[in-house]
Design a protein around this ligand. Structure first.
Ligand code: ZN
Length: 130
């Protein structure tokens, strides 16, 4: 493995992701299960080849950049759900609005009637019912 990139978070994710089409393909009879089975099998195989290509690549800088981009997307994905979960937990006491100007999310106490909300990020003001 000298001079080769090796495994990273992205390659582990790719192997795991390849299992999905592979298992579905096997459930419907594999490559013998008709064209869908074949397509899914080819997709799984392509993902595994790509993952191996990355592992044995000598272009370490580029592979590391791909991995950090993947980690950034992954954390953005989990941040999105964490935010939704937090808003759901506070739904009795607060209402959440998106600023029509800059799309920032704002938290406003409930049951204050129709109020004007000023965005703390861009200063845009809008009226909403709480
Ligand atoms: Zn705004």
């Amino acid at each position: 493995m000298a001079g080769r990139y090796g495994n990273d978070s992205l390659s582990r994710f790719l192997i795991f992701a390849a299992l999905v089409p592979l298992v579905v393909s096997l459930l419907i009879g594999g490559a013998a299960g008709g064209s869908l089975g074949t397509v899914l099998w080819v997709i799984a195989f392509a993902i595994i080849i790509y993952s191996n290509y990355r592992t044995f690549s000598r272009d370490i800088q580029r592979r590391a950049a791909e991995n950090s981009r993947f980690l950034e997307l992954k954390s953005r994905f989990f941040r999105f759900f964490k935010k939704r979960r937090e808003q759901f937990r506070q739904r009795r006491d607060y209402k959440f609005f998106r600023c029509p100007g800059c799309k920032a999310t704002m938290r406003v106490p409930r049951n204050r009637g129709k109020i004007q909300i000023r965005c703390s990020r861009c200063g845009n003001a809008f009226i909403r019912k709480t």
